[in-house]
Design a protein around this ligand. Structure first.
Ligand code: APR
Length: 244
């Protein structure tokens, strides 16, 4: 069996599904946000239609409320066995390791992972759209909240919306170029640039492994795909890696 030194792990919504956070596209289904508005009228939006710069400009109340509810929801979920296993790998793997998550929840860090990046932002952070400063934010973020640094009333959730450029791309691409193993966990492979990481890593010579509930859009690009729930597959794989 090949020996590895440098691992890049990409995680998506599937790793947090068993903690109770809904995915965007399991079994090809699109997820919706359903709620009752302040006039008592039931509303339903495609989640992907809420997470855009256009939606933020057109209806900031709606977009901020969407993220306020998700931020508040973090209080009632816990990391699962898959997050715990990756945190263990992070602690015990002697080589280079980078966990790149597309998730905006904080379950990797709550499990104890430290060598990680949020490429799509984080629910518990606010970003000033005027000066670019970032702040920790645990509670609601109403539109028009002034920035503590520049006072502009333009704090927004620090989330990478559809059409915006993900964070840390230079660092991620450098790690992918150096990786000898790329592992993708719980992601549908529907959203770029993350969906392209497998081909990039492969082009640089890394072995590639997918751990997902079902075949993803990118399954054909991986050397190996293991299908099943992350809470089972990830601890098994981590055990394999640490007992090599
Ligand atoms: N274990 C492993 N995989 C699972 C589990 C589970 N328990 N439950 C679901 N999955 C798989 C689904 O089969 C699906 O292939 O996880 C994948 C989740 O895919 P998406 O919902 O598309 O999530 P993700 O790939 O992270 O989405 C990427 O799209 O909407 C945007 O910005 C958002 O970061 C997100 C990006």
């Amino acid at each position: 069996m090949r020996d590895y030194e440098s691992i890049v792990i990409l995680t998506g919504a599937g790793i947090s599904a068993e903690s109770g956070i809904p995915t965007f596209r399991t079994h090809g289904q699109v997820s919706y946000w359903e709620y009752v508005d302040t006039n008592g009228v039931p509303k339903k939006h495609r989640v992907e239609d809420v997470c855009t710069p256009e939606a933020l400009a057109a209806d900031p109340e709606l977009v901020h409320r969407f993220y306020d509810l998700r931020r508040a929801g973090l209080a009632s979920v816990e990391p699962n066995a898959a997050h715990e296993a990756l945190a263990r790998l992070d602690r015990e793997w002697p080589g280079a390791l980078l966990i790149v998550t597309q998730n905006v929840d904080d379950l990797h860090e709550r499990a104890g992972a430290t060598r990680m990046l949020h490429m799509h932002g984080a629910l518990k952070q606010a970003l000033c759209a005027a000066c670019g400063a970032r702040f920790d934010r645990g509670d609601d973020l109403p539109p028009g909240t002034p920035c503590p640094a520049c006072a502009a009333p333009r704090l927004r959730p620090d989330i990478v919306f559809f059409g915006e450029i993900p964070y840390h791309m230079h660092r991620i691409e450098t790690a992918l170029a150096q990786a000898d193993l790329f592992v993708s966990i719980g992601t549908s492979g529907a959203v770029y640039p993350a969906a392209g990481f497998v081909r990039l890593a492969s082009a640089y010579g890394a072995a590639t492994l997918e751990l997902n509930l079902e075949r993803s859009e990118g399954s054909g690009w991986f050397d190996e795909s293991r299908l099943g729930p992350a809470s089972q597959l990830v601890p098994q794989w981590v055990e394999e890696m640490l007992s090599r």
